[in-house]
Design a binder for this molecule. Structure first.
Ligand code: ATP
Ligand code: LTN
Length: 335
């Protein structure tokens, strides 16, 4: 942490909902791991975001530990980075309120994620779901964040964050740093296995649509076997064949091979053989990660120590930013 001040800030969050899956890993977590040495990183587990849809309390709590253990198993170093739970740092919700007062209804109405999630349940859509991107903007802007590594689906939220920061700065001076998204070229948008025109999602009601990081070998094999393809027989990255193209993307993410190399290797070999090798490669990738996960998950006390330190650091870092915002808005300073 010694040289923290010299490094630009990186922040990214995942909401503890559903089952962490390969899209979350290749779209986001993998880049957190590669960038963690070069940036001063904060990784909040965004539990306030998770309650925008109804959660079972016991499951939510257990899932938070599961996700944290998975972060570490994926290679996030909790000593080098600030890993914490969003609800432990009240400044996130406080700044979200303030930013709400600078956000237009029309802007939130345009958000793809809101439209998609709201379309799943016609009635009783919460104000929280609508307001979700503003809380995300608060997460980011609270810490002078420069870089936000996320999957492609979050680009629109980042654009809103940048607009809010610029709008606020135009009125009150240079308060916020304008953040930039970092989306990987390969793996930024992994698609659903059964509905390859839809993004893979960890809260999908049908687990056959995603490969969870904790799926065992048989489950991985079964899900890949059932994945939708087409009547062709040569695996290739071809946008007019979204099912097989998505499986090629997943193989490329797991092995690091280019699409061209994969295409050559499997030319004329049939989808069955391709799927078998894909399942083997995914399993080989997940196995060591799952082994590390089990060791870490078994020690909740150690995770709690990490969370206590993470929250202390985050609260200390958020305080001066929030004080400055209150000051420029004209609030009386706390006495
Ligand atoms: P949920 O289904 O629970 O709403 P999700 O699977 O969309 O969640 P998020 O918590 O919204 O996951 O996202 C966590 C991170 O993973 C974000 O950076 C997001 O962009 C990335 N991500 C999510 N889905 C994919 C995907 N299919 N491909 C690549 N990246 C993804
Ligand atoms: N909205 C994000 C999760 C998220 C996030 C953040 C990502 C909440 N706060 C801050 C990056 C930075 C999503 O993936 N659904």
């Amino acid at each position: 942490m010694g040289d923290r001040k010299q490094k630009p800030v990186l922040l990214s969050g995942i909401q503890p909902s559903g089952n962490l899956m390969v899209g979350n890993y290749f779209g986001a977590i993998k880049n957190w791991v590669t960038l963690q040495g070069q940036y001063d990183c904060l990784f909040p587990l965004v539990d306030l975001h998770a309650i925008t849809v109804r959660q079972n309390p016991a499951e939510l709590r257990a899932r938070c530990y599961d996700f944290l253990a998975l972060y570490i198993a994926c290679g996030i170093d909790p000593d080098q980075n600030t890993v914490f739970v969003q609800s432990h740092v009240p400044a996130h919700a406080q700044l979200a309120w303030i930013l709400n007062c600078f956000t237009y209804m029309g802007e939130l109405n345009r958000m793809h994620q809101f439209k998609e999630k709201a379309s799943r349940s016609e009635q009783n859509i919460s104000a929280g779901l609508f307001d979700y991107p503003v809380l995300m903007a608060a997460d980011i802007l609270l810490y002078d964040t420069k870089l936000v590594p996320v999957g492609d689906d979050q680009k629109q939220h980042l654009e809103l964050t940048r607009d809010l920061a610029s709008r606020f700065n135009a009125r009150y001076g240079d308060v916020f740093t304008i953040p930039e998204p970092f989306v990987p070229d390969v793996g930024g948008r992994i698609m659903s296995l059964q509905e390859p025109l839809k993004k893979m999602s960890k809260s999908d009601t049908d687990p056959n649509n995603y490969i969870a990081l904790l799926d065992d070998a048989d489950t991985v094999r079964r899900k890949i076997k059932r994945a939708v393809t087409d009547s062709g027989c040569s695996a290739a990255y071809d946008e007019s064949r979204p099912g097989i193209a998505n499986l090629v993307v997943i193989l490329s993410c797991v092995t690091g091979e280019s699409y061209g190399a994969i295409e050559e290797r499997f030319a004329g070999k049939g989808y069955r053989r391709f799927k078998q090798e894909l399942a083997d490669a995914v399993t080989a990738f997940l196995k060591p990660l799952q082994k590390r996960y089990r060791a870490i998950r078994g020690d909740e006390k150690a995770m709690e120590t990490m969370l206590r330190h993470g929250a202390e650091q985050a609260r200390d870092r958020a305080r001066p930013m929030l004080e400055n915002i209150h000051n420029v808005l004209g609030f009386i300073p706390e006495i």
